[in-house]
Ligand binder design. Structure first.
Ligand code: LLP
Length: 409
């Protein structure tokens, strides 16, 4: 993303052209950035045995899944719907792992039918269910236990997952005895250990601590003759949302990870989502109105919390830039949408250029957990998604219509 002649471009496409042609609000992604991040992971692993399982929940558009599948990615899924999407996009089931604390029998059976690589299991009843479903199909299910290492990821409390008080995983102190019981099931092959301690992690130190614990656990399990061959070290690497914020480089993170696992003959699996797609996406919106209440300035735009819920839900910061660079005065304003809730804001008390009705803005770093969490609240059709490739762009999801809103009712 860069300004040329004061006009904001994504790769070689002026964003204003996209807005004019496809309307606002709209999500726009750059394929070069997505592939670049994926390759950064791939290259950092080098010859170390690994599988990158992109977390489809971060952005599950078919075109993006296809882009990654063609680049060789596997996928981390958390529902039958995500498996369906991944398969439709040409994803290889042999590279799919199924995570999640509440998988249903129907979802598990669908995944067994598709012969996915494996299941990251989070409770003993889940193990028993998979065993019985696998028996019925006459297959063996490859499983890992998702271990809860009781480590604080120092991120937003809603997206921190690795403490004992969280619903996720099997307590690390229980793990060995649960593996002991898992091996007694006839139709399960306990071949991995997995963990995921949270998302938007900017300090990798807690993760490195966890990796030590995971390696030690894998070594102990092998000593008990369990056939452990892979270590899934989760997703979670953060991205800079604030101007000036820095995230650990992908290469540094992966090199540190590989060092921890070196010498143990374990294949490393990872499940990154955000760090692959967040920075590749923008939500383009148009200013509808300006309003001043007392001293407070409001910029009312046509995107809202139904399109991008992150600011409302996590008070997350997204940098906002004008599509046409200006040297206008700065204002301090709340950028708000049309939804009838005070929580409907995209930015609060934000210093930004003085903008006017009709002006276009880009809400940055919106490629992850953006469209996927969009809703039809206030009967607002969801925005289109557009993929930029060099000097071309194409609609990879149409804007919803009013008819779409009532489909199924
Ligand atoms: N694996 C598991 C088991 C996960 O639960 C998650 C994210 C990931 C991988 C991918 O993590 P990532 O690399 O993207 O950090 N909606 C929130 C984020 C929720 C993350 C949930 N789990 C947000 O907008 O910040």
């Amino acid at each position: 993303m860069q300004y040329r002649d004061q006009t904001l471009y994504l790769e070689d496409v002026p964003l204003a052209d996209i807005a004019k042609r496809h309307g606002t609000p709209c999500y726009v992604y750059t394929s070069a950035s997505i592939l670049g991040k994926f390759q950064a992971y791939e290259q950092a692993f080098g010859s170390v045995p690994h599988q990158i399982c992109y977390a489809a929940k971060a952005n599950g558009n078919l075109a993006i899944l296809k882009l990654l599948a063609e680049a060789g990615a596997g996928f981390d899924i958390v529902s039958g719907g995500e498996l369906f999407r991944v398969l439709k996009a040409g994803g290889d089931p042999a590279k799919v792992i199924f995570s999640g604390v509440g998988k249903t029998a129907a979802e598990l059976d669908y995944a067994l039918e598709q012969n996915i690589r494996g299941f990251n299991c989070e409770s003993e009843p889940e193990l028993a269910l998979i065993d019985s479903l696998a028996a019925r199909r006459g297959v063996k299910a490859r499983i890992a236990l998702r271990v809860n290492p009781d480590v604080d990821a120092s991120t937003h409390p809603y997206i921190s997952t690795g403490l004992r008080k969280h619903k996720f995983g099997i307590d690390i102190s229980e793990a060995e005895s649960v593996y002991g019981r898992a091996r007694t099931f006839q139709n399960l092959v306990p071949e991995g250990v997995s963990c995921h301690i949270g998302s938007q992690i900017l300090d990798i130190q807690p993760m490195l601590e966890v990796f030590d614990k995971m390696v030690a656990l894998a070594v102990r399990l092998r000593a008990q003759s369990l056939p452990i061959r892979s270590l899934d070290l989760g997703g979670g690497l953060g991205v800079p949302y604030h101007k000036g914020e820095t995230a650990p480089p992908i290469a540094d993170y992966i090199h540190a990870m590989c060092q921890k696992v070196a010498g143990h003959e374990l294949e490393i699996l990872i499940e990154p989502g955000r760090s692959i797609v967040a920075e590749a996406g923008l939500l383009v919106t148009r200013v509808l109105y300006r309003k001043t209440n007392g001293k407070k300035e409001f910029v009312i735009v046509d995107a809202a919390m139904n399109d991008l819920i992150r600011p409302a839900l996590y008070h997350s910061h997204h940098h906002i830039v004008p599509l046409r660079q200006t040297d206008a005065d700065k204002i301090v304003a709340d950028v708000v949408g049309p939804i009838c809730e005070t929580g409907d804001f995209l930015a609060r008390e934000r210093e930004m250029p003085n903008v006017f009705p009709g002006d276009l803005l880009a809400i940055c770093t919106a490629g992850a957990y953006g469209f996927v969490a969009a809703s039809n609240y206030n009967a607002r059709p969801r925005p289109p998604e557009i993929l930029v490739e060099g000097d071309r762009h194409r609609v990879i999801r149409k804007r919803e219509t009013y008819e779409d809103l009532i489909r199924g009712e």
